[in-house]
Structure formats: C-alpha cells, structure tokens
Design a protein around this ligand. Structure first.
Ligand code: NAD
Ligand code: MG
Ligand code: MG
Length: 333
C-alpha cells in the first residue's frame, strides 16, 4: 500500500516559499489556519466581506485583510473556510474569477467538491486539509507546540506538485506534528456527515433527550434527570476520548459497567443500526446533500423552525438554571 500517513518530516514547507496563501473566512477554522500559517512563516492574506465583524480581529492579529474577490485573486493557494452551504454562491460571485491555472484551491471539508457544488477549472490543483478538531483547538495546540491531526486529499493534480503542496499546508497549520492521514474527498465527506448525523450530534442529542424525557415522564425531578442524562455525558465522553471504551469502563463503577454491557445493546439495537444504514445510504446517494442544498435555497425556514423548537425543550430550561449554578462549566473558551 502506498504511504497514507505523513508527518512534518515528510513535508516540505519551502514549497510555499514565494507563494501567498489566501484564507477566505475568519471563523472557527479560518482564524486558526491564518494565524498558524503566519506563525509558520507563510505569507498569508485573509479574505472577508467588507462589513465583516472579523475584520478588526484579523487586523489586530497582524494579518492583511482584503475583500474576498481580491484575496482570491492574490492567493496562489486559496483556502475556502466559509460555511459549506454558502461556498457555491460565493464561489460564483467572488472566487472563481480569481482562480488562475497553476493555483491551488483548498477546502477543509469535501462537501462542495464531492457533491459538485463547485466545479474548479482544469489547470488548478484541488486539495483538502481537514483538521479533526474545531478551530480553537487547532490554534491552541499549535501555540502549545502540538498539532491536531488532519485529513488530507488531492482531488485534482494539475501541477504534478499538488500532493506536496497540500501536505506543506497541513504541516503549516501544525497537522504534521500529530499526523496527516491521506484520504479522498468522498470518504472524508461521507464519514464526516455520517458521524455528525448518526453519532456525535443527531444520535447523541436524541439519546440525551430520550433519557431525560423517560425520567421526567416517570415523575423524577428534572434536575436529577439533567445531571444523569446530559451533564455527566461529558465525563464519560472525556474518558472515552482519553482511553477508549474499555478505558472508560475501567474507570466507572462495576455496577455501571455491568449495566452498560447488559443494557446498552437494548437501547441501540437492530432498529437503530438499520436507521444508521439508511442514513448512510442517503448520504452516499446524495439525497441528504440535495435536501440540505434545497433547504438553503428555500431560505432555511425548516432549520429556523427546528432551532426554535429545540430552544423550547424542557431540558434547555432546566439546564440553563443548573449551569448558572456551575459558572465554571462554560468557561473553557
Ligand atoms: P464558521 O461559520 O466558523 O466561519 C465561516 C466564516 O465565513 C466566517 O468568517 C463568516 O463571517 C464567513 N461567512 C459566512 N457567510 C459568508 C458569506 N456569504 N460570504 C462571505 N463570508 C461568509 O465556519 P467553520 O466552522 O470555520 O467552517 C469552515 C469550513 O471548515 C467548512 O467547510 C467546515 O466544514 C470546515 N470544518 C470545520 C470544522 C469545525 O470544527 N468548525 C472542522 C473541520 C472542518
Ligand atoms: Mg462536519
Ligand atoms: Mg450516576
């Protein structure tokens, strides 16, 4: 098998010498990529909307800020760190004209390319560097001398140097200090969507709500239900993150461990596994992407309604009151 995992020792940051990297967007990922690359000695410009509230922040951090179209045309490498659902529109209005043959177009998620929302011209290298963590962690780990592992992929190699350039970028944001794993736009995109829908976000949110509602409907104090079904999830997630599932089981009580192993499969049983397969199928067929793109084209009404409904769930009201008594809980960033 060809090498598919890389470190700083495999990367040649000098491939970016004399090149300008344009970072479009200064949100979670944008600020981290721009600042880490700058600190790695790369020539960076940031592209933002004229009215963006991030302008002042980026300038204060010593970065040169241009309008999106100017940054896209200035950059030899252009990293698109805008929300996935906005990328196609901004590509048409502000980015495409600035992308010339020989440039490198970069993404941090495979959605726009894999679902053909953006069709880059021939003659351009197209790659991905996707850190496996939120931007604040990407920045903080870099400042502390560490790095967050990244996925990388090459979708189009027009120059013959795309692999080296993408790896250099990943190294510049600190990824090579941990590991840079090579994959494809398709696999990154499909696994990322599946993880967030079935396990991390969709699965976990509904698991918490279902447990909370079961206790409250049975007449238990909602505050106890909140602690047992939501608050303590972090403690368990932290143990899994640090030591895996068996390490978590080692740390909990024997009673909890026995209950875990004898009851868990009844909660996530055949029905849940079948739903997971169905959800994966909708991702692979493009059905989810079509739905999400359609939702945005129609103005995002369903998203707004579901957000409103979510805010009114009892677990939020109880949680707010309890978190106010634990001010240390939400002070991490
Ligand atoms: P974000 O929402 O934090 O930031 C988006 C930036 O784009 C902001 O600066 C915002 O002002 C700007 N913006 C929004 N709409 C715009 C528009 N219409 N025109 C111009 N600028 C606009 O986004 P993010 O979470 O940093 O995500 C960026 C990319 O990184 C996405 O492709 C995402 O999938 C990927 N990614 C995110 C994470 C994460 O944990 N946040 C992790 C890995 C990859
Ligand atoms: Mg995602
Ligand atoms: Mg308990």
């Amino acid at each position: 098998m060809a090498q598919d995992i890389f470190y700083d020792s495999d990367a040649d940051l000098s491939l970016l010498d004399g090149k300008t990297v344009a970072i479009l967007g200064y949100g979670s990922q944008g600020h981290a990529h721009a600042l880490n690359l700058k600190d790695s000695g790369v020539d960076v410009v940031v592209g933002l909307r004229p009215d963006s509230s991030s302008r002042a922040k980026a300038e204060e951090a010593g970065l040169e800020v241009l309008d999106i179209a100017d940054a896209a045309s200035r950059g030899d490498a252009v990293m698109i760190l805008l929300p996935d659902e906005k990328q196609a529109e901004v590509w048409e209005t502000d980015i495409a004209d600035g992308i010339a043959p020989g440039n490198l177009l970069l993404f941090a998620h495979g959605f726009s390319i894999h679902f053909e929302q953006i069709a880059p011209p021939a003659g351009v290298d197209v790659g991905m560097v996707a850190p496996k963590g939120p931007g604040h962690l990407v920045r903080r780990q870099y400042e502390e001398g560490n790095g967050v592992p990244c996925l990388m992929a090459v979708h189009q190699d027009a120059s013959g140097d795309a692999h080296g350039l993408v790896l250099a970028y990943a190294s510049g944001i600190g990824g090579g200090r941990a590991a840079v794993i090579e994959t494809t736009f398709k696999d990154e995109c499909e696994t990322d969507l599946f993880g967030e829908q079935a396990v991390l976000c969709g699965g976990a949110s509904e698991l918490v709500r279902a447990g909370f509602e079961t206790l409250v409907e049975a007449g238990y104090d909602p505050r106890l239900a909140y602690f047992e079904c939501l608050h303590e999830l972090k403690l368990i997630a932290d143990l899994m993150y640090e030591k895996g599932i068996q390490g978590m089981r080692y740390s909990i009580s024997n009673t909890a461990e026995y209950g875990d192993m004898t009851r868990g499969k009844r909660v996530i049983g055949e029905e849940s596994r079948a739903a997971m397969k169905e959800i994966l199928g909708e991702i692979q067929s493009g059905e989810f992407a079509r739905e999400w793109i359609g939702e945005n084209r129609a103005g995002g009404e369903n998203l707004a309604r579901m957000r409103e409904e979510g805010k009114n769930h009892k677990v939020e009201k109880v949680g707010k009151d309890l978190r106010d008594m634990m001010p240390w809980v939400d002070q991490e960033f």
